[in-house]
Design a protein. Structure first.
Length: 82
């Protein structure tokens, strides 16, 4: 319990320091802060990463299924001996 409260206190201190820095910043510094924040938490990048991860999973599953199908066909219909 004490650890949790300590962590909450640290988080609040960190957020307070961030807000104080924002209030003291010049307009151009504030714009830079906003752009950095947007860049670090770009939701489109997160969605893109999820899609790429999902797509690679699908491709891997399709590849495995194709190999299984190919193996099953070979077992059912072995090549004729010459």
């Amino acid at each position: 319990m004490k650890e949790g409260l300590t962590q909450v206190g640290r988080t609040l201190d960190s957020e307070l320091a961030k807000k104080e820095a924002e209030m003291a910043a010049s307009p151009s510094e504030r714009v830079d802060m906003i752009l950095d924040e947007i860049e670090s938490s770009d939701p489109l990048s997160e969605i893109e990463a999820k899609i790429k991860g999902t797509q690679s999973d699908i491709e891997a599953e399709n590849e495995i299924e194709a190999e299984r199908t190919s193996s099953a066909e070979i077992e059912r219909d072995p090549p004729a001996e010459r």
